[in-house]
Design a protein around this ligand. Structure first.
Ligand code: CA
Ligand code: CA
Length: 153
């Protein structure tokens, strides 16, 4: 990849990319870039100007080593904890997550791989409207945590 010309804040590098060139990303709007293990070469100045960027990558990938070498913030995808109650997987628990749970319960949307795990906040094995209530109570500060904790490791 020689140069990114889009304006998105979050970017996922396509899996057919193996090289990211110098100065490929320069927009200060970019806050999140996901780099898979297929990328093995990253130019030293690939993210110059992206002052608020966080690199999402796997442990010991080229992207991970690059982030460490260049003092860029990174999050290791392979060690990310699942946030209990974070139904839409944006790493925070909000009222919208309760809506997502209710949509699941109503059959309006379907569950993905981890959804049932993170939505079943009381750990009874089922995703129900009660889980949504618990999420709302948590968001409203009425409870300090979920019955089975805040994270799934
Ligand atoms: Ca969320
Ligand atoms: Ca439940």
């Amino acid at each position: 990849m020689k140069k990114y010309i889009g304006s998105d804040a979050g970017i996922i590098i396509p899996s057919n990319i193996t090289t990211i060139s110098d100065y490929a990303f320069t927009s200060p709007n970019i806050t999140k870039v996901t780099i898979t293990d297929t990328v093995t070469t990253i130019g030293d100045h690939a993210f110059d100007g992206c002052d608020n960027i966080i690199i999402y990558c796997n442990t010991n990938s080229a992207a991970h080593l690059f982030a460490q070498k260049n003092a860029i913030n990174f999050i290791l995808l392979d060690s990310v904890k699942l946030f209990l109650g974070d139904a839409n997987n944006d790493r925070s628990v909000t009222a919208f997550d309760a809506v997502v749970v209710l949509q699941l319960v109503a059959g309006i949307s379907s569950a993905s791989e981890n959804t049932n795990l993170v939505c079943d906040v009381n750990g009874d094995g089922n995703v129900t409207a009660f889980d949504a209530v618990l999420i709302l109570q948590n968001v409203a500060g009425m409870s300090t945590g979920f019955p089975i904790g805040d994270y799934l490791t």
